[in-house]
Write a protein that binds this ligand. Structure first.
Ligand code: AMP
Length: 412
């Protein structure tokens, strides 16, 4: 688990803000689920997934409840829906940390942030298109260009079940040629074997049956409509029949956004899909759902690699230098901040030289200097710090107006 320090932390905040703008413009509203829930909420994600069986931070609290830090937010959002029954279609977005006890490495942490959306209560392939397109639009707004959209359909639950049986038969026939890891995965969930990146599994996986042979007519039609919609919006995609995604609850459409710059184990920046059974599993009525989660950490690494979406400039506009003891700086910074100018100052009544050094280090565009002469005359000296323009003396009464025009000039 890491500290996110400035200036990187400013980037995180900007990230969430851009995401909020994109999805709120499409009618999604913020939901803030708790970070910890009854373990049972997350067990519904599926007992064949590492996320649930190996990676959960769970413990018994002082009231003898078995609880867990959330490993993701879809289950919580569905639990919230089942509990509060908002009007449908319910379009929600979220952001915040999740916890998984994974092996930490670049792009994989034990506390990591996601932003995401979920729509509950509408079963329309055009909604799948909307959801996928919003993720795409968000990445575009960040400036990422090396992005691939991978798309698949897991079919209806029955199709998926028949496919799982066929996969089991196929992988069991391979027997001892499969890696030990894949053989143990096979016992729990044959679909997950498709995710194996082990060399000894590659050929067996390549020869495995593909899901399209098992799609019902309805599932095939749904998927065809999704593809037509994406094409109409000019969003390029690649069909990847091996894309089954990590969690057990997906049905029909699944998708993933892959970055072009991270190594392949960590290049999934985000993904999602349809999960028509989850709300019901959590005690609600049968409710179709679809959504995605995008990893903040990993997306920002991809932004670093592409040199886009850099940290916003954290510098204040003005640094106030007061050689009269600090009381004038107190007043002036308060006035400037109230007037919409970002202002900082130094403390402990330092020398003029030390204060000017602090002013330069702050990155501010201007120093406002106040000494005894200025206090007597009711003025302040405004000195440019980023270029060697001349300093001017300004009436204190017009300081805010004067600085506003200067700051706007230097920012444009
Ligand atoms: P998932 O919830 O497993 O479908 O993951 C969705 C996205 O969350 C992934 O594509 C990653 O970007 C991100 N993610 C998942 N697990 C981690 C982790 N341990 N550390 C950092 N990012 C993660």
């Amino acid at each position: 688990m890491r500290d996110i320090m400035a200036p990187e932390s400013g980037r995180w905040r900007a990230f969430t803000q851009v995401f909020a703008e994109v999805v709120e413009a499409a009618g999604y509203q913020l939901v803030i689920p708790p970070m910890m829930e009854d373990l049972g909420v997350f067990s519904r994600i599926g007992d064949a997934t590492d996320v649930v069986t190996k990676e959960m931070y769970d413990f018994v609290d002082k009231g003898a409840r078995h609880v867990a830090l959330r490993p993701e937010q879809t289950a919580s959002v569905c639990r919230a829906f089942a509990q509060h029954r908002p009007l449908t279609p319910w379009k929600a977005w979220y952001s915040g940390p999740n916890f998984r006890y994974e092996k930490p490495q670049r792009g994989r942490y034990r506390q990591f942030d996601q932003v995401g959306i979920e729509v509950l209560g509408a079963d329309d392939p055009y909604l799948d298109v909307e959801v996928i397109a919003l993720g795409w639009e968000f990445y575009r707004r960040l400036g990422l260009e090396q992005l691939t959209l991978l798309l698949n359909s897991l079919g209806e639950p029955d199709d998926r079940a028949r496919y799982v049986d066929a996969l089991r038969t196929h992988f069991e026939a391979a027997g001892g040629d499969l890696s030990d890891q894949s053989r143990s995965t096979l016992d729990k969930n044959p679909l997950r074997v498709l995710d194996s990146k082990r060399r000894e599994d590659a050929e067996i996986i390549a020869a495995a049956p593909t899901i399209d042979q098992f799609w019902s007519d309805a599932a095939a039609e749904h998927f065809a409509t999704v593809q037509r919609g994406l094409t109409a919006l000019q969003i390029p995609f690649t069909i990847d029949m091996k894309l089954v995604r990590g969690l057990d609850y997906y049905r029909r459409t699944t998708f993933e956004y892959a970055g072009g710059t991270l190594d392949s184990a960590q290049n999934a920046l985000g993904g999602g899909g349809r999960y028509d059974g989850l709300v019901e599993d959590l005690g609600g009525p049968p409710t179709p759902g679809i959504g995605f989660a995008l990893g903040v950490d990993r997306t920002l690494l991809a932004c670093d690699d592409e040199g886009v979406f850099t940290a916003p400039d954290p510098a204040v506009d003005v640094f106030v230098v007061d050689t009269t003891g600090g009381g004038e700086a107190l007043l002036v910074t308060a006035q400037l901040r109230a007037g919409g100018i970002r202002a900082d100052r130094s403390y402990e009544n330092r020398s003029m030289k030390a204060q000017m050094k602090a002013a330069n280090r702050s990155g501010a565009a201007y120093a406002v200097i106040i000494g005894t002469d200025e206090v007597e005359a009711g003025t302040a000296v405004v000195r440019p710090l980023r270029d060697d323009g001349a300093q001017v003396t300004v009436e204190r009464d017009s300081l805010i107006t004067d600085l506003h025009s200067r700051v706007q000039g230097s920012n444009s």
